[in-house]
Design a binder for this molecule. Sequence first.
Ligand SMILES: C[S@@+](CC[C@H](N)C(=O)[O-])C[C@H]1O[C@@H](n2cnc3c(N)ncnc32)[C@H](O)[C@@H]1O
Length: 188
Amino acid sequence: MSNSYDKHYQTENLFGDPYPELIQFMAENPDKGTLLDVGCGQGRDAIELARLGYTVTGIDRSKVGIEQMNQISKAEKLNLHGLVADIYAFNRFHEFDIILLDSIFHFTEKDQEKELGLLRKIGSQINSGSMIIVCIQDTGNKVLILNQAIDKARKLKRLKDLAFSYTFCDDETGHKSVTNYRLVIVVK
Ligand SMILES: C[S@@+](CC[C@H](N)C(=O)[O-])C[C@H]1O[C@@H](n2cnc3c(N)ncnc32)[C@H](O)[C@@H]1O
C-alpha cells in the first residue's frame, strides 16, 4: 500500500510542529488513555502525545511516514505503535479512549460522503465516554459540514470548539503561511 505521501514524507517533519492548542488540551486532560491517530502521517501529533503519556496507535497508508514514526518511537522508547493501514477499512475504533483526526477531513464534493461515513462509523463503534478530536482547516463550509454531522449524531456531545490560526514556517525557504483551523472535540 502506498500513496503520494510516501514521496512528500521524504521531507522530514513535513507539516511542522503540532498545534499548541491541541497539545495544551491533551496535556491538561487528566485521563492519558489509549489514543488512535487516524492518518497519523509522520507522527507529528502521535509522537508528542506519546511523550505526554498517552498510549498511542497511529495508522496511515504511507509506509514511509509510519517507518519514520516507528523509528522515533523505538529510539525514545515511547508507547507508540504505527501500522500501515487503510483508515476506511479499520474496524477497531472501540479499542481506544480517544480518536484523533488531524487534517483528514476535507469535505470536497468527491470525498464528503466517504469522510462523513468514517465519522459515523467511528461515532457508532467507540464506547460511551470516548472522545473524538477533529482538527480541520477553517475554509469554505468545512466546519459547517462537520458541525451538522455532529448535531445529527445525537449520541455525540460537543466538548470544545476552538478557532485558532497556525503559522507554518518552511525552514528551507523561510516562507511563512498562516492557516485558520478549528479544533472540535466531542464525547460519546
Ligand atoms: C494531510 S496528512 C495529515 C497527517 C497527520 N494527521 C498530521 O496532521 O500531521 C493526511 C494523511 O492521511 C493519510 N491518508 C489519507 N487517506 C488515507 C487512507 N485511506 N488510509 C490511511 N491513511 C490515509 C495520508 O497518507 C496522510 O499521511
